[in-house]
Design a protein around this ligand. Structure first.
Ligand SMILES: [Fe+2]
Ligand SMILES: [Fe+2]
Length: 555
């Protein structure tokens, strides 16, 4: 960090017994005793300038030279490990952080189950292991590239800080994967580490490996949906990799998971604020029908059906990230002990080898959805996807509670698993996807061409996304400039004037949500904060409040 004196302790960051200090004396902060491995140190130091070039070219646009208030890890303990401080983003101290070693850990699944975990790469699984690390590593810089223009239209300083925090952490996740490649895979690993900086999100010739990471994130609503749905895929994949018998991968992913929790929190509360703003505007204007989109849009808010379609899009492209429901690669990764299921070590009721087990899946046979039982080993992806869908539902339910409280007759649903899929069992069954989408009864009654029309309308059309984009830009360009001034005032210690410009500016960033009581308290505090944000300025999608209202809130 450029100026460590300015950093202040996050509550409890040093208190826990299991605190594992990170060395900031080295050029690359780490808790892996990097200085004793000269070869690795040299390899990472060679990669670092290339990473910085990539960050300067593809990282947040327009804010590289601004001092930004960011959190840096000072330990890897789940109870609290962060320090906050001002730093120019290219000076952020990206490093290599692993969760603490667990003594006596054994391989939790597959044919090596019960054997001691591997500290070195098992030769027979080398190429599959490398592939798993590369695919995970490729998603990390991709999201930074996708989000690079959002700083210009940040709805508030709080949102902007969260965006940049997420961006630097995704950059650190790239470091985490590069560490594994460079340390354990020699020349191949170094070449893969280089290639991670060369592929580019959305680029035609050399795109990112997975589809969702080549989609655009053009506006803040997309960002919130992305961080809720797509970062949650990250959580599921990291959780499965945290069960790996290759212990360095497990420890790396365990620490990454603590950061991922915050990303999803930003997404959930961001969408929630959007819904709150819509509901509040509808109630205030006496608009009862959520499908009367013209009336709702006239209020300057995003109508709920469009939010549903936006969610449909992000849900379906994210589900494709799980790969084919039936997969021999996934079976091999599990059997070889390289990747477990979600929460593998704590799963009860099976032998964790799955040699004779079966798992229910849905297939499309002759144009019909058919329930089938397949060998559980081959359905590992399908199971992870099912766990993901359950995990998403918690947030969707919380969104629905907001609507319910406003007595508006609308409910968000997750579309059927087969909706709008490009990969797996349902790929190419567009009509079937629509039949099984948010309105199954309705769709079942429609003729075939109408079903196709429904499929087209179930995700936002390009024009609608552009419309959202432009609207977001119009609403937020002005505040974004104001936020820069606000950040300057805060850095100079003029909190009063900063508060006048942006009532949220004195709010602390959330601490790392590593789970447990602390995370819940942080969530509660932020929920209250989000509501104040909404009361003070509307939400990301509402028109500015009249100035008299703003004055009364400031005073
Ligand atoms: Fe990540
Ligand atoms: Fe993330």
């Amino acid at each position: 960090m450029s100026d460590e004196d300015t950093l202040s302790d996050a509550a409890g960051s040093m208190s826990a017994d299991r605190f594992v200090a990170i060395s900031y004396d080295d050029a690359i902060p780490n808790n892996v005793d990097l200085s004793s491995d000269k070869q690795l140190q040299r390899a990472l130091e060679t990669w670092r300038p290339k990473y910085l070039d990539w960050w300067n070219d593809m990282g947040p646009e327009g804010y590289q030279q601004s001092e930004v208030y960011l959190r840096t890890a000072v330990g890897v303990d789940a109870g609290g490990w962060a320090k906050f401080g001002y730093v120019k983003m290219p000076n952020y101290r990206w490093g290599v952080l692993l969760a603490p070693n667990v003594e006596g850990r054994t391989i939790p699944c597959g044919r090596h189950k019960g054997q001691p975990v591997w500290r070195e790469v098992p030769g027979e699984h080398r190429s599959l292991l490398r592939r798993l690390i590369v695919v995970q590593g490729d998603t990390e810089p991709a999201s930074v590239e996708q989000q690079r223009f959002l700083g210009a239209t940040a709805p508030s300083l709080y949102d902007m800080r969260n965006l940049f925090q997420i961006n630097v952490e995704e950059g650190r996740h790239l470091w985490a994967m590069v560490y594994l490649l460079v340390k354990y895979f020699g020349k191949d690993g170094r070449e893969e580490a280089q290639a991670l900086l060369e592929r580019q999100s959305g680029q035609q010739d050399n795109p990112r490996i997975l589809g969702a990471f080549n989609e655009r994130t053009p506006d803040w609503l997309s960002f919130f949906m992305f961080t809720f749905f797509t970062d949650r895929d990250g959580k599921m994949q990291l959780a499965a990799l945290a069960e790996s018998g290759f212990d360095p991968l497990s420890r790396t992913c365990r620490f990454m998971l603590t950061e991922e929790a915050h990303h999803m929190f930003v997404g959930e509360t961001g969408v929630q604020r959007t819904i709150e703003a819509t509901c509040a505007a509808m109630v205030k204007a006496g608009v009862k029908d959520p499908k009367d989109v013209e009336a709702v849009r006239k209020l300057g808010v995003v109508d709920l059906p469009l939010l549903q379609r936006k969610a449909n899009f992000h849900i379906s492209v994210t589900r494709d990230l799980f790969g084919s429901e039936i997969s021999s690669n996934a079976a091999e990764a599990f059997s070889s002990g390289l990747k477990g299921r979600f929460n593998e070590a704590n799963l009860k009721g099976d032998d964790h080898v799955l040699q004779d087990a079966h798992y229910p899946i849905t297939r499309v046979v002759d144009g019909k959805l058919v329930a089938d039982e397949v060998p559980a080993l081959r359905a590992i992806n399908s199971r992870l996807l099912d766990d993901y869908i359950v995990d998403c539902q918690g947030g969707v339910d919380r969104w629905n509670k907001v609507i319910e409280k406003s007595a508006i007759d609308f409910k968000f649903v997750q579309p059927h698993k087969g909706f709008n899929r490009k990969i797996g069992e349902f790929a190419g069954h567009r009509d079937r996807g629509a039949v099984a989408s948010a309105e199954p009864r309705l769709a079942a009654r429609r003729r075939r061409h109408e079903i196709h029309r429904l499929a087209d309308e179930a995700v936002p059309r390009t024009g609608q996304i552009r419309e959202l984009d432009r609207a977001a830009a119009r609403r937020h360009q002005q505040p974004a400039r104001r936020l820069r001034v606000c950040e300057d005032l805060l850095r100079e210690g003029d909190r009063r004037r900063a508060m006048r410009l942006d009532p949220l500016s004195a709010e602390p960033l959330p601490p790392p949500c590593g789970g447990g009581k602390k995370a819940c308290e942080a969530k509660d505090r932020l929920r209250a904060f989000d509501l104040r944000a909404h009361a003070a300025r509307g939400s990301i999608n509402s028109r500015s409040e009249p100035s008299c209202r703003r004055r009364s809130i400031r005073s």
